[in-house]
Design a protein around this ligand. Structure first.
Ligand code: ASP
Length: 445
C-alpha cells in the first residue's frame, strides 16, 4: 500500500498479552499481520491470561524472582511459565531452541538476576517464538531501547540507534517492555510497558500508523460498569485522551502517547478477536464532526481530597500560590487540579497520598501563609467531561450543570481546563456514578 506521497506505507503493530496467550492467538496474530503488507514491525507482550483466573507469564516471572530472593525454590512458577511456551512451540511446530533459552534464564535467576531481568524474559521469549513462527527477523530490545543511569528512558539515543537498525523495511519482531541500561543490565518500563515500546518503534521507523491490538475494540465513552452499553469512541485526539486519562490508562499505557503524539503518528486501538472492527483512532487533530455528540468521553475517579485555602487579598500577595504548592511538593504529593478564586485556592490531591502528611501540611500552611480559613474536604470524586466540540458549542456548561441539578447532585468544585477541551467537576464520592450517568444521558442519551 502507498501513501499519498507515493511511498510505501509502514504500520507498527503491538499485540497485548491476551492477544498472544496461546498458539491459537499466535495464528490470529499472523493472519492479521499478513492481511496488510504495510504491517512490517510487530511488538509482542508476554503471554497473558487465557481465561479468568489464569496466570500472566510476567506475574509468574516476578514470582520466580521474589522466591529466589527469599532463598526459596522457584521451580513451580518457572515450570508453569516454561510449559506455556512449550505448548505454543509444540502446537505451532517451531524450531527455536526454547529449552536452551529456558535453562539459561533459569540459571541467571538462580544466580540472583534482578526483577527487571526476570520480568523482561516474558517478552523476550514470546518475541523469539513469534519471529520463528512468522519467519521474521528478531531484534532484541536490549540492542535498541536505552535507559539512562537513573532508569529514565533515553528517547534520543533509542531513536537514533533504532532508526539505524530497524528502518530498513525488513519485517521485524521487537519484544516489548524492556531495554538496557548503560551498564548493560536489562531494564523494564512500568507494567503494561510494551505499549511504550510499540510507540517508540513507530517513531523510529516513521510509521504511518501505530496499531495497538488488544482485547477490546477501543475506548468507550464511559465506563460500562457505570453506564449501560456506552457508545464506542471512533475518533479522539491525543489531547482529549490525555484529559480522559482516568479512563485511558486501562486500555493504553499513558506514556505510550508521547513518542507518537510528538511526531504526529496516529495510534489505532484494535481488537484481535474482532479484526474487522475499526477500533478507536487517536490522532493529533481531528475535525469536529457535525453529527457526533459534543462530548467525546466522560471519565472520573473517586477518593480525592480538596485542601481549600482562603485569605482576603490573596491576589495581591506575591508568592502565595507557590508557597502553598511547595508544601505539597516537599511532602512528595502531586496535585491533580488547582481551581482558584480571587481570595481562595484549592488543591485537589489523592486522598491516599495526603493521609500520611495531613497534619504536617495543615500545620505548614497555617504557619507559612497564615490563611483566614483552611478546610479539607475528603471523599471527593473528580469527573472530566471531554470533547473537542465543546468550545464551539455554546451552552455546554449550562447543559452539564442543569443535568446534574436535575439529578439532585451537589457540585462541590468546578474547573474548566484552560485547553477548553474539558469541564471538570468535583462531587461527593456517593454521587460519582450518578454524575457520570446524568452527563452521559444529557449529551449522548
Ligand atoms: N508483560 C508486561 C506486563 O504484564 C508488559 C506488557 O504486557 O505490556 O506488565
Amino acid at each position: 500500500m502507498m501513501t499519498s506521497q507515493g511511498q510505501h506505507k509502514v504500520i507498527v503493530t503491538k499485540f497485548g498479552g491476551s492477544s498472544l496467550a496461546d498458539a491459537g492467538q499466535f495464528r490470529r496474530v499472523r493472519d492479521i499481520l499478513l492481511q496488510d503488507p504495510a504491517r512490517l514491525y510487530v511488538v509482542p507482550s508476554a503471554p497473558g491470561r487465557r481465561f479468568s483466573g489464569d496466570d500472566k507469564v510476567t506475574d509468574l516471572l516476578y514470582r520466580c524472582h521474589a522466591l529466589q530472593s527469599q532463598g526459596q525454590d522457584f521451580s513451580e512458577p518457572f515450570e508453569k511459565l516454561s510449559d506455556r511456551y512449550r505448548e505454543i512451540r509444540d502446537e505451532l511446530g517451531l524450531s527455536v531452541d526454547l529449552e536452551g533459552e529456558l535453562s539459561h534464564i533459569r540459571d541467571k535467576i538462580s544466580r540472583g538476576a534482578d526483577a527487571h531481568y526476570c520480568a523482561s524474559r516474558g517478552e523476550y521469549l514470546n518475541g523469539l517464538l513469534l519471529a520463528d513462527f512468522l519467519g521474521w527477523r528478531f531484534m532484541d530490545a536490549a540492542k535498541v531501547v536505552f535507559f539512562k543511569e537513573d532508569g529514565v528512558f533515553d528517547s534520543e539515543k533509542t531513536n537514533v540507534v533504532m532508526m539505524a537498525l530497524l528502518a530498513d523495511g525488513i519485517n521485524t519482531v521487537v519484544p516489548g517492555f524492556y531495554g538496557v541500561m548503560p551498564d548493560g543490565l536489562v531494564h523494564t518500563f512500568s507494567r503494561g510497558g510494551s505499549d511504550i515500546t510499540g510507540a517508540i518503534v513507530s517513531r523510529a521507523v516513521r510509521a504511518d500508523a501505530y496499531e495497538n491490538w488488544t482485547d477490546v475494540s477501543g475506548f468507550l465513552m464511559a465506563d460500562p460498569r457505570i453506564v449501560e452499553n456506552p457508545r464506542e469512541i471512533s475518533r479522539i485526539t491525543y489531547a482529549e485522551l490525555r484529559e480522559l486519562s482516568y479512563m485511558g490508562a486501562t486500555v493504553l499505557h499513558e506514556d505510550a502517547m508521547f513518542p507518537v503524539h510528538k511526531v504526529g503518528i496516529p495510534t489505532i486501538i484494535r481488537n484481535t478477536l474482532k479484526p474487522d472492527h475499526p477500533g478507536t483512532l487517536i490522532s493529533l487533530s481531528l475535525p469536529v464532526e457535525p453529527m457526533a455528540p459534543t462530548v467525546t468521553g466522560i471519565a472520573g475517579h473517586r477518593g480525592f481530597s480538596v485542601v481549600a485555602v482562603e485569605k482576603a487579598m490573596m491576589n495581591a500577595e506575591i508568592g502565595f500560590g507557590r508557597k502553598v504548592l511547595q508544601i505539597f511538593e516537599e511532602s512528595g504529593i502531586s496535585f491533580e487540579h488547582m481551581p482558584s478564586g480571587i481570595d481562595s485556592l484549592s488543591v485537589v490531591v489523592s486522598g491516599d497520598a495526603l493521609a500520611p502528611h495531613r497534619e504536617e501540611i495543615v500545620r505548614r500552611i497555617a504557619e507559612e501563609v497564615q490563611p483566614d480559613t483552611l478546610t479539607i474536604h475528603d471523599h471527593m470524586s473528580i469527573i472530566a467531561t471531554v470533547g473537542r466540540g465543546m468550545v464551539s458549542n455554546c451552552g455546554t456548561a449550562a447543559r452539564l450543570f442543569s443535568a446534574m441539578s436535575r439529578a439532585g447532585i451537589n457540585v462541590r468544585m468546578i474547573d474548566q481546563g484552560s485547553s477548553e477541551l474539558s469541564i471538570i467537576v468535583g462531587v461527593d464520592d456517593c454521587d460519582f456514578e450518578k454524575t457520570i450517568q446524568a452527563i452521559y444521558q444529557e449529551f449522548v442519551g
